[in-house]
Design a protein around this ligand. Structure first.
Ligand code: HEC
Length: 134
């Protein structure tokens, strides 16, 4: 099942040519997250994620209920302004709804949560396999 999901999403992004993360307008992408690094915002964002996003991206954002994992470098390392833009606009053609009705504060809290996944052990393992020998 996991392999199927990976293949399905890989071919989706091949068909669309450019990933959604590359499509944010420069002025949107350049915005900073007013809550960057705030533990309070991260916890609020995690709750919002469970409420609005987990049904597709999975309880812990690891993906594959109808949507890809968000615990990948391309997402957790994306500029915060890009992530907020994706949440606001959705990816309508791929089935992700727009969250433009949420207050911007809540979208930035979700971004804070997504950025916090950067410390995840899965990512550390991935990074570890690319580390230069010392
Ligand atoms: C109805 C299902 C659904 C819901 C609910 C949903 N998404 Fe998505 N999301 C998707 C799909 C499908 C994609 C893949 C789009 C594509 O292939 O370009 C996606 C893509 C993304 C991406 C880009 C990932 C990448 O690698 O390009 C981000 C970031 C994202 N979603 C965040 C969220 C957040 C945050 C929420 C909650 C506010 C959310 N999504 C809610 C279905 C959903």
């Amino acid at each position: 099942m996991r392999a199927f999901c990976l293949i399905a999403f890989a071919s989706l992004s091949l068909l669309s040519g450019q990933g959604i993360l590359d499509r944010a307008p420069a002025n949107k992408a350049a915005r900073q997250n007013p809550y960057a690094g705030s533990g309070k915002a991260q916890r609020a964002g995690e709750k919002l994620f469970r409420r609005y996003c987990a049904s597709c991206h999975g309880e812990s954002a690891a993906g594959c209920n109808h949507a890809p994992s968000l615990r990948i470098p391309a997402v957790v390392q994306a500029p915060p302004g890009v992530l907020e833009w994706v949440i606001e606009n959705g990816v309508l053609e791929a089935g992700m709804p727009s969250w433009s009705k949420l207050p911007p504060q809540q979208r930035w809290q979700i971004v804070t949560y997504l950025k916090s996944l950067a410390g995840d052990s899965e990512l550390k393992r991935l990074r570890g396999s690319f580390r230069d020998p010392e």
